[in-house]
Design a protein around this ligand. Structure first.
Ligand code: SAH
Ligand code: F3S
Length: 484
């Protein structure tokens, strides 16, 4: 196992995504998604656009008229996985000759025309800001030509496209609030593949949440590469705020205000959000979280390294000391807060001492969850151009194992803190191991499994926590929570 993955739901990786059918639609779309939640959500937007073009989704690759794969470029391994899938499509295309294949998302954006040259199977290449152009692009490929659109946008947020929910549990859903990233961490390909950071109109966000609430969804996760940087003043890039009218500036909405609006307007709905970049995190957000019971007490706060030298080389805009102060303040305001990290080991020039700094920082915070990776050089990034990927593979692997082992100790420690308590859990599905048990999460994002009894999917229940493994709580439901 390369890393402990909790945010990227492994069981959804590459799983064919299906949605409700429109009877009048005659064409079949097979769509699968790799990478982050943003990609899963983008696939829902794409399926929504294609439903208007006569496509229903199918789980069977063999019968598809159109196969779309939404791709991830974050590490080399993610790209390798997609290349393997393309070989599989190729084999199927030998039998189903009319099948067309399109590549969406970050790999499409990174490789552009090269995709059409390198992978003969590919008919269509579409970057993350060009999904509205799909109807035109499909007309091109139907006329027998390859089609490509990888233009990045300064204002596209798909705010008015109502995503169809694919493979939904009917209880939890994602709503995108920002797209792109302006941070330029030196290791990261996202600013190149997803373009400039832009925020979505709060009005369209609230409308989308309202429609989810009407459909009985109970928990919404607000998504963005860097949600704390959210700023709406009528559209456009953040740096243009000072060019906006006085009125627009005075009525601008930042992330803490957006959270407050969501939590106030939908008091029975739980809210989560990801991802928070420590440099853009304001204590206003923490105070807003403290004020509302329905904002979950869980923060994904990637740090990447505990060494100041590495943080600087990575172009992260904070020191280890500043990060620790932020964590101290968070715990002061919300003692029960649960925290998770992203960590990269073996970045350019990382010494044993830098690695020890990372372990020390982890011991200081004792994260509830962690997502840990070995550094993978990405073409086009500043690190690839200017720095040397000089930590040997076996050293990266050893350091990764050390941080994963330590993270597991901390996860166990944090999980054990729930023992003996009675906490609220939202039922979101059946336990993987036992069909007679529900699976749910508490405000801290910790998973519990418990007997189903007469409780239903989507119920908020009070659970007496009696036992645990390092990642999962067990217990007995003592009744409904007053949030139902
Ligand atoms: N702002 C986004 C970042 C997306 S990338 C978010 O936090 O969700 C998710 C994580 O992948 C990063 O936090 C980082 O830990 C890891 N990552 C990014 N580029 C990487 C690279 N070149 N090699 C290894 N891990 C990387
Ligand atoms: Fe990547 Fe850094 Fe943005 S990790 S997504 S450039 S915050």
């Amino acid at each position: 196992m390369e890393h402990v993955e909790k945010i990227i739901d492994e069981k959804l990786q590459g799983k064919a995504l299906v949605t409700e059918h429109k009877v009048q639609n005659g064409k079949k779309l097979f769509i699968e998604s790799y990478g982050c939640q943003m990609n899963m959500n983008d696939s829902e937007i794409v399926a929504s656009i294609l439903a208007e073009q006569g496509y229903n989704t199918t789980q069977f690759l063999e019968e598809a008229d159109l196969v779309l794969v939404n791709t991830c470029s974050i590490r080399e391994k993610a790209e390798d996985t997609v290349r393997k899938r393309l070989q599989k499509y190729n084999a199927v295309k030998q039998i189903n000759k009319k099948m067309k294949v399109g590549v969406l998302g970050c790999m499409a954006e990174r490789l552009k025309e090269k995709f059409l040259e390198e992978e003969k199977i590919v008919d269509l290449v579409v970057g993350p800001d060009a999904y509205r152009d799909l109807p035109n692009l499909l007309a091109e490929i139907e006329a027998g030509r390859d089609a490509i659109n990888v233009i990045l946008s300064k204002d596209e947020t798909y705010g008015d496209v109502s995503p169809v929910r694919l493979n939904s549990n009917g209880v939890t859903a994602f709503v995108s609030i920002t797209r792109g990233c302006d941070n330029m961490c030196t290791f990261c390909v996202v600013p190149f593949t997803r373009g400039r950071e832009r925020s979505r109109d709060p009005k369209s966000i609230l409308e989308e949440i309202q429609s989810m609430v009407d459909k009985n969804f109970k928990e919404i996760t607000l998504l963005g590469q860097n949600v704390d940087s959210f700023l709406w003043f009528g559209g456009g890039l953040k740096k243009d705020l000072n060019k906006a009218s006085e009125m627009a500036q005075a009525t601008a909405v930042d992330f803490a205000q957006l959270l407050n609006m969501c939590a106030t307007r939908f008091p029975k709905t739980r809210f989560r959000f990801a991802t928070s970049n420590p440099q853009d995190m304001s204590l206003d957000v923490i105070y807003t979280m403290a004020k509302h019971r329905n904002i979950c007490k869980y923060l994904h706060l990637p740090v990447q390294s505990g060494s100041n030298k590495m943080l600087k080389a990575m172009n992260r805009q904070h020191t280890r000391e500043e990060y620790k102060t932020l964590v101290d303040n968070i715990f002061k305001i919300i003692p029960e807060m649960s925290l998770s990290q992203d960590m990269i080991v073996g970045f350019c020039g990382e010494t044993e001492e830098d690695h020890q700094d990372t372990l020390e920082l982890m011991k200081y915070v004792k994260y509830d969850f962690g997502f840990m990776f070995t550094y993978s050089e990405r073409p086009g990034t500043l690190a690839a151009k200017k720095m040397v990927d000089d930590v040997p593979h076996n050293v990266k692997k050893r350091r990764l194992k050390e941080i994963i082992d330590l993270q597991q100790e901390h996860a166990l420690y944090r999980t054990q803190q729930h023992l003996g308590k009675i906490e609220e859990f939202l039922i979101e599905g059946t336990s993987k191991k036992n069909p007679n048990e529900w699976k749910g999460r508490n405000t801290q994002n910790t998973v519990a499994v418990f007997p189903k009894d007469d409780y239903k999917l989507g119920d908020f229940v009070m659970l007496k926590v009696e036992d645990c493994t390092s990642a999962t709580l067990k217990g007995t439901v003592v009744g409904y929570s007053d949030n139902n």
